[in-house]
Design a protein around this ligand. Structure first.
Ligand SMILES: [Zn+2]
Length: 400
């Protein structure tokens, strides 16, 4: 019996036997306040379960970030489950109905819920992955290929030393996953209604629009940087970057910060700093966006200094064995026909997909994530565990 099964089995039977184990492990994880990049022993708990089931577990630390890589079996295909043990801060704790790190179970008319920071994003999925892997190996010790779990303690932060770091190691070791299933909360309105098959890219620009500073009473001797910045922003907001694609919505532009002026009432600013961000689809590359912005600025006669940060490239998995297995498993266990989507922010899938790995995301409802009173349905966690296990069964049958 592993650590998860030993924990207080208070989840109701609506979660199913696997669900009870998943909820018990999820509760232990939620009780640890693992604010990015802290792990607070979460990965040890997961490793304990997986080691007892025969997995080899390796901790890969980089600076303050810790990552757990657990695998079982060898050869191909290689299916990697991907998660994170860090959580965003709870904010004002007295606004929470139940303590954010209390992992309390509450009864609602719709069933039982696990409450707390990280319950939905994404310690519930981490637990479901772990229990699914343990049960699969217990039933199929001689399964085909390699299966595994990678969890990082730095997904919600800057990602430094996290999945990008492990992806490089995997690449060096020639241990490239064929399939990667990310457990981020992908469901939109009801559990099972959405699978993410890709994500948009994210590009940030720090633009310093230049003018000439001077006395406000002598505008003929100044060149107001605020005016140039306003003209440039107007052009960027008005631009139609593309029409979207079959899988992606149109790319979008937003200003995220604006800073200008000396603070004095009588000084015309000589510089205006714009921080802005594009969420872009596969019609663009960071280079093509950059070139378009530079062209727009040149047409307006706007002078500027530029610093660009590529946060992630767009990726898409348009079909293949993993998506097929997941679609069938979701339909069978949740009764939903999931729509395929690329909406939302970036995820750590962006570091694995460039290895050539089929990468998709499926997890619980996202409605309460990063909010006060985050929670997840225990029944959904039980079904999620069955779905993850069935994906393994479909991709890794027993060797003959
Ligand atoms: Zn997350």
């Amino acid at each position: 019996m592993n650590a998860a099964q030993k924990a207080q089995p208070q989840a109701t039977s609506a979660a199913g036997p696997l669900g009870i184990a998943t909820v018990a492990l999820a509760r232990q994880l939620v009780r640890r306040p693992s604010l990015t990049p802290k792990d607070e022993g979460c990965q040890n708990l997961i490793a304990q379960c997986l080691r007892a089931a025969g997995f080899s577990c390796e901790t890969l630390s980089c600076n303050e970030t810790v990552n757990l890589l657990a695998t079982h079996g060898e050869g191909s295909p290689f299916t990697l489950f991907l998660g994170h043990t860090d959580v965003v801060p709870p904010g004002e704790e007295n606004l929470w109905e139940h303590p954010p790190f209390g992992a309390e179970l509450v009864e609602r008319p719709q069933g039982q819920y696990l409450t707390g920071r990280g319950s939905a994003d994404m310690k519930g999925s981490d637990a479901a992955f772990t229990i699914a892997l343990c049960h699969f190996v217990a039933r199929h010790p001689e399964h085909q290929g390699r299966i595994g779990l990678l969890v990082t303690s730095n997904e919600e932060g800057d990602g430094q030393g996290g999945v990008s770091y492990v992806a490089e190691l995997l690449s060096e070791r020639r241990l490239i996953p064929d399939y990667c299933l990310v457990g981020e909360p992908s469901s939109l309105n009801c559990f099972g209604d959405q699978i993410k098959v890709g994500r948009r890219g994210s590009l940030t620009a720090h633009l310093t629009v230049l003018g000439v500073q001077g006395h406000v009473a002598y505008p003929e001797r100044c060149d107001n940087a605020a005016l140039h910045a306003a003209r440039l922003m107007n052009a960027l907001f008005s631009e139609r970057w593309d029409e979207g694609t079959e899988f992606f919505p149109p790319s979008t532009f937003q200003v995220t910060n604006l800073n200008c002026g000396s603070g004095a009432e009588n000084v015309v600013p000589g510089a205006c700093r714009i921080m802005c961000n594009w969420r872009f689809n596969d019609r663009h590359t960071p280079e093509s966006l950059k070139a378009r912005v530079q062209k727009l600025a040149a047409e307006l006669g706007v002078r500027m200094e530029e610093r660009w940060v590529i946060n992630g490239l767009p990726f898409i998995t348009q079909g293949g064995a993993l998506l097929e297995a997941l679609q069938e498993a979701v339909e069978r266990h949740s009764g939903q026909k999931p729509q395929l989507s690329t909406s939302g922010g970036t995820s750590d899938g962006r570091f694995i997909a460039p290895l050539g790995t089929q990468t998709v995301e499926f997890g619980p409802l996202s409605q309460s994530i990063h909010k006060v009173n985050e929670e997840v349905s225990c029944r959904d966690l039980g079904i999620l565990t069955l779905i993850y296990k069935e994906v393994l069964e479909r991709l890794h049958q027993d060797r003959d």
